[in-house]
Design a protein around this ligand. Sequence first.
Ligand SMILES: Nc1ncnc2c1ncn2[C@@H]1O[C@H](COP(=O)(O)OP(=O)(O)OP(=O)(O)O)[C@@H](O)[C@H]1O
Ligand SMILES: [Mg+2]
Length: 264
Amino acid sequence: MVTNLPNTFKDHHIVIELQDVSISFDDETILKKVNLQVKSGEIFIIIGPSGGGKTVLLKLMAGVFKPTEGHVYCEGEEWINLKTEKRRELAKHIGVQFQKNALFDSLTAEENIAFPLKEHTKLDDEEIQTRVKDCLLAVNLTNVGEKLPHDLSGGMRQRLSIARAIALNPEIIFYDDPTAGLDPINTDLMGDLILNLKQQNNTTVIIATHSMDLAYKLSSEHGRIAFVADQEVIITGTKKETQESKDPRVQQFINGRLDGPLTF
Ligand SMILES: Nc1ncnc2c1ncn2[C@@H]1O[C@H](COP(=O)(O)OP(=O)(O)OP(=O)(O)O)[C@@H](O)[C@H]1O
Ligand SMILES: [Mg+2]
């Protein structure tokens, strides 16, 4: 674990908070008046139709996007108020696996994982190598350390991007569509991996996904499901609560029906 945690990480129960958050791009409103809280050790699962705003919500929470209106807090600090130095410090405690996995194409698998360690820590080469190996092992990727991302399968690249996201032992991990392009078995394995990584460090997990199987699996313990559509975020709760939701949009989405209030 990272030892030099800011005090806020020990004292506050709420890790992420959005207050009346709206965001627009070129006058198009994507999310309107969103209020939510994510608590320490929780798994917060964002579901909803393509283009509905899952990635935008995730990036707001991670401080990548600024809200057009409202406030986004991470560990009690409002992202927008943080000076570069503090922002960097907070970012060290956050791991992000981006939707397009954003690996460095010209760096090997090992070099990709070593990158944040070189950037943010004072570890020497040997310590970095040890940490890189641990991360590859954690995601079940061994013997590919020397390979370039384009020589790996889609699933392996997803796992590599997770290995890079966990390199700094973050307290909070964001996953954006980690099972994109994976078959059902590998989707299930990815769910196990995310849960294992979460349990090892009691990480707070925020994840956007299309896969209801993954959403249900992750929501069984410490998990809440949030449905994003029509500029709104509807927190449905556990698997059971989601399945019992009276909102016809939620019902349409989770049952994969073409007919209903959502248009595709
Ligand atoms: N940087 C940006 N600039 C302008 N518009 C954006 C930007 N990022 C997202 N959008 C718009 O916001 C809307 C929501 O996009 P978002 O990527 O959050 O959807 P999503 O729910 O993640 O979809 P998917 O399931 O396909 O990943 C889309 O209309 C998209 O075009
Ligand atoms: Mg997305």
